[in-house]
Design a protein around this ligand. Structure first.
Ligand SMILES: C[S@@+](CC[C@H](N)C(=O)[O-])C[C@H]1O[C@@H](n2cnc3c(N)ncnc32)[C@H](O)[C@@H]1O
Length: 731
């Protein structure tokens, strides 16, 4: 994304236009701003992850950054303290706005009151391992008590009097009247001006920013906007397009920047030692020691001694990234693994992850891109809402909210219901429009599984893990309140917020139920479409819930993956393969790990030869992995889509879409290993009444079954023998 247009959610880059984020582009970012030299030294990074107490100037800087909602604002230097990132964007008179209307949003307030949500009351699943329930606003639960009359709210004199923008001139809002040539609209009055549009240059600037022009640019940009006149609201979409064009221009500039950086990186690498010692001037201005890569023992000793200071870690990070990106030239006899383990250790301490998760996530990307990913997790994603088309139209909603002092604009061309909120003078989660169900606070990426499922009017749809109902209500809207949606969630307590949301949003075709998803299709089957938005680790939403950085272990991923595999088979088996209009399953998670995504989808393909992956229909997202660290997945897994914070400026998400066909009878003595392309040759209509119980590979599942037995014995207070061997690595 461009330097100046990064504030806008915008259309994510199309699949084939994803920028090459790997490589030396990061090198320029990692250069410290000259003025910062030495400033950060002697800070203990070994403090509790994410809890390092910032100094005063850092706190101010962080407050500024927090309000930007812009991933690019994240810099290497500022990340170590950002584990305490809070929910961004909308503000009320300078204070952060909570979606539920309260001020001063705290991270723990984003979570359910009951703590971590997901699968805690699901039998057979370890309570310790937390699963993340997506990135829906969980605000609804706090509104379940609202029983008042909307008119009362509308007529609340106090609110009106206190609410300056309500008295302002009514602005027209029309999505239909724009044209490419329309004047871009400045939606932001002086008072309301988006903080995202006004972000400062990066603390560690990229090449393009380190020049003279960033502040000038943004100044002239602002002037340009002002010159274009006051907000008319007549053509918000035109403005959006103008921004898109600007973003495209910026993207091109960035690509150029990247190309320059690669060339420059090659030159730089030749003078690496020189650079390292230049960068390494100590606080007194003298040259510091060359960067030292530590052995495991030395690292342990360093930790024991209180941990490295920020300055040292930064230098080492830069050094390791540079060397690893050009190892042939710069490796200098040391094994690559030494640099990798040093880098992972430094990433963990710098960004506040446990080393296990830092490594797991690091391994998913080329070195430079991994840094992009970790940085993006330090920056809040844009606040977005989804128009509930059962109650209103997007233009009417936008008009109403603008009149209340909300700065917003369409999310991007790929959705006609999304609005991005930049700033608000009113609590965005408690406006009369919110309470009247005109919109849902919902992260943009969580629109994607529903768009992929594409439910049709009059269908029978199962939303297998549905609370608090962001996607259920979106499904209902697309089905225009026809047909029927079974909105299930294993967690009874969470079905309260689900029910509240579907009432608020006017969904009349929804049946709420609470079963363990693994009981389907025994309880009910024959659906035209099934959405499985599975309980997951939440590694795609770390910017919202930084606790994920430290509370996930190898075992959690193993157990989650197992649960997801069980659920996906049940989802598939709940579909009527003879559906005239459908026959589809969409599997999604708000996690980026392979164990929870491709490994689950591949397992489903192997166990259910009657399903095939199909195109998700999404315009963007990276292809799913078809091989990863020695594992080879079915080639069709590349049809699945990965959404990343650092690429799409959205929460990390994964979406896969299956078409379910009739089952084929497996030939006697034939290949019954469940691999696709087995020898089955005869169509057998399994029908609703003839749905087989999901089967599992006993060998593969042995460990899980044993774990499950151990847990239930423990629960009953029985003595549990020590494990015979460690569970296998599933990564
Ligand atoms: C990612 S959240 C779902 C978010 C929801 N789809 C939405 O859009 O609002 C995962 C949900 O799975 C539920 N869950 C966990 N284990 C389950 C199981 N075995 N069967 C059904 N639901 C389960 C959790 O209670 C949680 O609400």
């Amino acid at each position: 994304m461009g330097r100046r247009a990064k504030n806008k959610q915008g259309d994510p880059l199309p699949l084939h236009a994803d920028p090459d984020l790997s490589g030396s582009s990061k090198l320029s970012k990692l250069k410290p701003k000259p003025g910062l030299k030495g400033k950060s030294s002697a800070k203990n990074l070994n403090a509790k992850p994410g809890k390092r107490k910032p100094e005063r100037d850092e706190e101010e800087e962080r407050a500024t950054k927090r309000s930007k909602g812009d991933r690019s604002a994240g810099t290497f230097r500022s990340q170590a303290r950002a584990a305490s990132t809070k929910k961004p964007a909308a503000t009320t008179k300078g204070k952060p706005v909570k979606p539920n209307g309260k001020l001063d949003l705290e991270e723990d307030e984003i979570m359910d009151d009951d703590g971590p949500v997901g699968w805690e009351d699901v039998e057979g699943v370890d309570m310790q391992a937390e699963a993340r329930c997506d990135n829906e606003s969980e605000d609804a639960e706090e509104f379940t008590g609202f029983t008042g009359d909307l008119e009362d709210l509308e007529g609340d004199e106090d609110e009106v009097e206190d609410d300056e923008p309500l008295r302002g001139p009514v602005q027209e809002f029309d999505f239909d009247t724009d044209s490419e040539n329309d004047e871009a609209v400045d939606l932001l009055t002086k008072k309301q001006k988006s903080k995202q549009l006004n972000r400062p240059p990066k603390i560690i600037p990229t090449r393009s920013q380190s020049g003279s022009s960033d502040s000038e640019d943004s100044g002239s940009e602002d002037r340009g906007r002002k010159a274009k006149g006051k907000t008319t609201i007549a053509n918000m979409e035109a403005r959006s397009r103008a921004m898109d064009a600007e973003a495209a221009k910026e993207a091109e500039l960035d690509m150029q920047e990247l190309r320059d950086a690669v060339v420059a990186g090659e030159m730089e690498s030749e003078n690496l030692e020189e650079m390292d010692s230049d960068e390494g001037d100590d606080e007194k201005g003298g040259p510091s020691e060359p960067v030292k890569i530590l052995t495991l023992e030395e690292r342990e000793a360093e930790k024991k001694a209180g941990g490295p200071d920020v300055f040292t870690v930064q230098r080492r990070l830069r050094h390791c990234v540079r060397v690893l990106e050009n190892f042939k030239k710069l490796g200098k006899g040391r094994p690559r693994a030494d640099y990798v383990s040093q880098l992972i250790s430094d990433i963990a301490s710098y960004y506040g992850y446990n080393e296990f998760l830092a490594e797991k996530l690091f391994n998913m990307f080329p070195v430079g891109e991994a840094i992009e990913f970790f940085e993006a997790n330090e920056v809040p994603r844009p606040v977005t809402i989804r128009t509930n088309t059962l109650r209103t139209r997007r233009r009417d909603l936008a008009q109403a909210l603008i009149n209340r002092g909300v700065n917003l604009e369409p999310v991007g061309k790929w959705t006609n219901v999304g609005l991005q909120v930049f700033e608000s003078s009113v609590p965005i989660g408690a406006t009369p429009e919110y309470l009247a169900g005109h919109y849902m606070l919902q992260a943009a990426s969580s629109f994607l599984p529903v768009i992929a499922l594409s439910p049709q009017p009059n269908e029978r749809v199962l939303d297998m893990a549905s609370a608090p109902g962001g996607k259920t209500s979106h499904l209902a809207a697309l089905m225009q309140n026809t047909g029927v949606i079974f909105a299930n969630d294993a967690n009874k307590a969470r079905t309260k917020s689900l029910t509240a949301n579907i009432h608020r949003l006017g969904c009349r075709n929804v049946m709420v139920c609470s079963y363990d998803g693994r009981e389907f299709p025994k309880v009910l089957g024959g659906f035209d479409r099934v959405l499985l938005d599975a309980p997951c680790s939440g590694t795609g939403v770390i910017s919202k819930d930084p606790s994920v950085k430290v509370n996930k272990s190898d075992r959690d991923f193993m157990l989650l993956s197992h649960l997801q595999k069980q659920l996906i088979l049940c989802a598939i088996d709940s579909v009527n393969p003879d559906s005239k209009t459908g026959g589809y399953v969409v599997y999604s998670t708000c996690s980026v790990t392979i164990d929870e995504n491709e490994a689950v989808v591949d397992y489903a393909l192997r166990k259910r030869p009657n399903v095939k992956l199909v195109d998700t229909g999404l315009e963007f997202g990276k292809e799913g992995f078809t091989r990863y660290r020695g594992k080879i997945f079915d080639g069709s897994v590349k049809l699945t889509r990965r959404i990343y914070p650092h690429v799409n400026n959205m929460d990390g998400f994964y979406v896969a879409k299956f078409k379910v066909h009739r089952r084929r009878k497996v030939e006697k003595g034939g290949d019954d290993d469940g691999l696709p392309g087995g020898k089955g040759d005869e169509d057998v209509d399994t029908g609703d009444g003839d749905i087989e119980k999901p089967t599992f590979n006993d060998d593969e599942d042995k460990t899980y079954i044993e774990e499950s037995k151990r847990r239930s014995m423990k629960k009953k207070g029985l003595r549990v023998l020590p494990r015979k061997e460690d569970p296998p690595d599933d990564s």
